[in-house]
Design a protein around this ligand. Structure first.
Ligand code: NAP
Length: 740
């Protein structure tokens, strides 16, 4: 809706909020005439002089006469007196709204005056402001990109609500609606309590006799924390008295926490202190990202990023690519459930694994970090998880939600798991069904059995024999994890081999796991013992550098500590079959997972028919293998890989389109592709936001005749946070261009 045309707006209170509202009305040409009222003659004179209002009156009655919009912007305790004064002069069809920081008492004041509230009454609160006050502090853009909460009452006419909403939106604000009580509770915690603490801390220190010295040496922390103690005393006096109940409730919870903290210091309780501080830091970081419009990971993903890669170059040196995502998830889960402190290095700080980390923090596990991939998890044992304060948010991570289902099914408390819009469409019954057979009570949502997933606590699980209808590492893992708490043995048989990271890591934590052919067995009642996990570098990320070094003449690189789980090494086998020069050394096991250093030297690759038994072992690596095929002599044929069409993009079609753009003969087939090796040209590639497509075409530039530009490359950060940096250090001429 466009903002209603206002002939005359009256603003009572011409300080920071009132004068900003008036300035914004003027700048957006929303009102023909603006009148105002303030107590002091000096404010009124200034307001007229600088043109904030056309006329300012001492008596609000003179200001509101004939106005079609009245905005109250004086301290909230004055509401009843002002309304009583203007009641008789208000036009019956006028919109009456306000900007007061508390809402319950404003509504109560209006009821005391009007009895039945006027239909035009729409209480509101702009979440914008500063510690400054007065008519000179106002700004026309104060509300731009800030939130405004409207708290309509039952009598509010929907048309009036829509009108007020449209006005704020025309000023650039984002408008939300909330019940009056909810508003006051939320603000008591997020605004009123912090102000109370700031006022009280500054006053406490100022009254100490050595205060001068204290203030002289006060560092940035003091300044940051107490900035808001410079806010207007009268306004805050009114807010605390006006929102008394909610403020007292928030204060009671907070003083309880403060007592706990004091006791923890007194008894040298490091775990308690680290628990509070790490949770607070994580919450604050999350909040910072939320404000930047992102989730747990850095802002990169939201930006419009392009890669521009200059042709040529060769790769040299020793590199370590980011940690494996599947193993990062599991290190948090098993580390949390183990007894003792698990140290993790090489953790992939991607959004998905961070969602798992947050879930366990929510359940009371103290996790220090991550800092440069290092974590310290203070395990609570299999029976030490605590109820989370609210729903567990899994973001975009299917792994988190499916594996957690198995763990939560066995806990003493109820939980709910939610996800982002994309995760909310993914099927969860495939884990819920077998878990129910074990005695769990799990509810998915809607006909398609999607998130939110509700798990009832306090159930005794029973081991089962489960023949999986589909090959899925997530389903297998979820059942095995539930099996840790189940009575007797839990036996899972899979129709085709899937990734076995859970089985391997359980063993790494000292838990017995039997594997016989396609059948895995765990028995409940054991325990996990803390360990050290150096998360192997992700072979899927390493694959780009394996192909890059193979195709760029003169290259010789070593990739360190790469995970070479037998279910994942298709890319090594296929490149070797094409004539690639890859040597493995320093082979060892960490946390149950095999790893090795891999040296890759450039080689003359030849086209091959890719054996179908290698397809599941290299499923994520095909985009880069297609680049290898384009640089090989002769024809490469891939079949049996229809699954590639339903990845983050249709990887067969999108890769074929990109290769054709670069002049490579690439023919997609229903279940694969046929690529003729030959010269690579230059051009602009659409990655369709698929991280692996973007990285694949970046390395193609090593053999291109001109630059390659790649659009929508921001998603690379989800799996490979510093790909451009590492690629440049290795020898690629890659520039990141940020578009508006
Ligand atoms: P301010 O800068 O101190 O201005 C208050 C204005 O109200 C002054 O012009 C004052 O007149 C006038 N006033 C005071 N008592 C009055 C009365 N009884 N009758 C008529 N006018 C009266 O305060 P503000 O920051 O704009 O706050 C105004 C309202 O907005 C408050 O309800 C506050 O809760 C709310 N609010 C403030 C912020 C913030 O960050 N500051 C944010 C959101 C909402 P004189 O100039 O003559 O003293």
């Amino acid at each position: 809706m466009t903002a209603p045309r206002i002939r005359k707006a009256a603003i009572i209170g011409l300080g920071l909020i009132g004068s900003s509202f008036a300035r914004a009305l003027r700048e957006q040409k929303l009102a023909d005439e603006i009148t105002g009222s303030a107590r002091s003659a000096s404010t009124r004179a200034l307001a007229e002089e600088i043109g904030v209002v056309d006329r300012a009156f001492a008596d609000p009655v003179d200001a509101v006469r004939d106005a079609d919009l009245v905005f109250l912007a004086m301290p909230v305790q004055a509401t009843e007196a002002v309304l009583r004064a203007i009641q008789g002069a208000l036009r019956p069809d006028a919109i009456l709204t306000d900007g007061g920081s508390t809402k319950g008492n404003v509504v109560a004041a209006a009821r005391a005056v009007f009895g039945t509230l006027p239909a035009g009454f729409v209480p509101g609160h702009p979440i914008a402001g500063s510690e400054q006050s007065g008519v000179l502090a106002g700004r026309a853009d104060l509300f731009l990109r800030h939130k405004v909460i409207l708290t309509p009452v039952p009598e509010s006419d929907p048309a009036a609500v829509a009108g007020v909403r449209a006005l704020w939106e025309a000023m650039g604000a984002e408008v939300l609606e909330m019940a009056v009580e909810r508003h006051d509770e939320v603000l008591a915690r997020t605004s009123h309590l912090p102000h109370l603490l700031a006022f009280s801390l500054v006053d406490t220190l100022a009254r100490e006799s050595t205060n001068l010295d204290i203030f002289r040496y006060a560092a940035g922390g003091f300044r940051d924390f107490t900035r808001i103690a410079a806010s207007d005393p009268l306004m805050w006096h009114d807010i605390f008295l006006g929102n008394k109940e909610a403020v007292l409730a928030a204060l009671a919870v907070y003083t309880g926490e403060l007592d706990f903290l004091r006791d923890a210091i007194a008894r040298n309780d490091s775990d308690a202190l680290l628990g509070i501080f790490t949770r607070a830091k994580a919450a604050r970081d999350h909040f910072t990202h939320m404000l930047a419009g992102t989730a747990y990971a850095k802002a990169m993903k939201q930006k419009n990023i392009e890669y521009v890669v200059q042709p040529g170059g060769k790769l040299t040196g020793t590199l370590r690519v980011p940690g494996d995502k599947s193993i990062s998830h599991r290190s948090i889960m098993l580390g949390s459930l183990a007894e003792g402190v698990t140290e993790v290095t090489g953790f992939l700080e991607g959004e998905d694994a961070l969602a798992t980390l947050q879930a366990f923090r929510d359940m009371g596990v103290v996790i220090e970090g991550p800092q440069n991939g290092n974590l310290k998890i203070h395990g609570v044992g299999l029976n030490g998880l605590q109820p989370p304060p609210g729903a567990i948010y899994c973001g975009n991570s299917g792994t988190s939600m499916r594996l957690l289902s198995g763990i939560l099914a066995a806990q003493a408390f109820d939980t709910v798991m939610t996800g982002d819009p994309s995760l909310s469409k993914r099927p969860m019954e495939r884990v819920a069904k077998p878990l129910r057979q074990m005695g769990a009570e799990i509810q998915t949502t809607g006909e398609r059995g999607t998130p939110p997933v509700t798990v009832k606590g306090g159930k005794v699980l029973q081991g089962i024999r489960y023949d999986m209808p589909m090959a899925s590492a997530q389903v297998k893992s979820s059942i095995l994890l539930a099996g840790l708490w189940a009575r007797g043995e839990t036996v899972v048989t899979e129709p085709a081999p899937t990734r076995d990271h859970t089985e391997r890591m359980l063993r790494g934590f000292g838990y017995e796991v039997k594997v016989e052919g396609a059948t895995v067995t765990v028995a409940g009642g054991g325990k996990l013992t803390a360990t050290r996990i150096d998360v192997p570098a992700d072979i899927s990320s390493a694959a780009f550098f394996m192909v890059a070094a193979s195709i760029a003449e003169g290259s010789d690189i070593t990739l360190q500590h790469v995970g070479i789980n037998p279910t994942r090494i298709g890319v090594i086998n296929i490149l070797r079959a094409m004539g690639g020069d890859l040597t493995l050394s320093n082979e060892r096991e960490v946390g149950g997972e095999p790893v090795a250093d891999i040296r890759i030297r450039s080689a003359r690759l030849k086209g091959i028919r890719i054996p179908e038994d290698q397809v599941p072992l290299a499923i994520d690596e095909f985009p880069s293998l297609f680049i290898a095929a384009a640089c090989a002599e002769g024809e490469t044929v891939l079949t049996g890989a229809e699954e590639l069409r339903v990845k983050e993009s249709d990887r067969i079609q999108v890769m074929a389109d990109g290769l054709l753009t670069l002049g490579v003969d690439a023919r997609p087939t229903p279940d694969g592709i046929v690529i003729q090796g030959g010269p690579i040209g230059s051009g602009r590639i659409a990655s369709h936001g698929d991280h692996r497509i973007a990285m694949s075409f970046a390395i193609a530039a090593l053999r291109a005749s001109g630059p390659i530009e790649i659009g929508e490359a921001a998603t690379v950060a989800t799996s490979f946070p510093d790909f451009p940096g590492l690629a440049r250090r290795a020898g690629l001429a890659l520039a990141v261009v940020e578009k508006d």
